[in-house]
Design a protein around this ligand. Structure first.
Ligand code: ZN
Length: 80
């Protein structure tokens, strides 16, 4: 039947596309994992309002701290 042969051809092409999509999904997952690791290393999400960037060294540090926990420079009250 014509329908079956057409379906087989589409299946062959679809298999390649599916393989490429799976490869891309794996690559994106690996990249997302790396971003998650980097975020964890640098003190969490950038939108976390309880942490500010040190005006001196740029490190993420808690707004509760009077001085930067990395370089010891005083924080200027979270003013931006
Ligand atoms: Zn600092």
């Amino acid at each position: 039947m014509p329908h079956q042969s057409a379906a087989l051809q589409l299946g062959g092409a679809g298999g390649r596309v599916a393989f490429l999509l799976a490869f891309c999904a794996l690559a994106l997952a690996a990249i997302a994992l790396q971003f998650a690791k980097v975020r964890a290393l640098y003190g969490g999400d950038a939108s976390d309002e309880r942490r500010v960037n040190c005006p001196s060294c740029g490190a993420r540090t808690a707004v509760d701290e009077e001085v930067c926990e990395y370089c010891g420079e005083p924080l200027d009250g979270g003013a931006e």
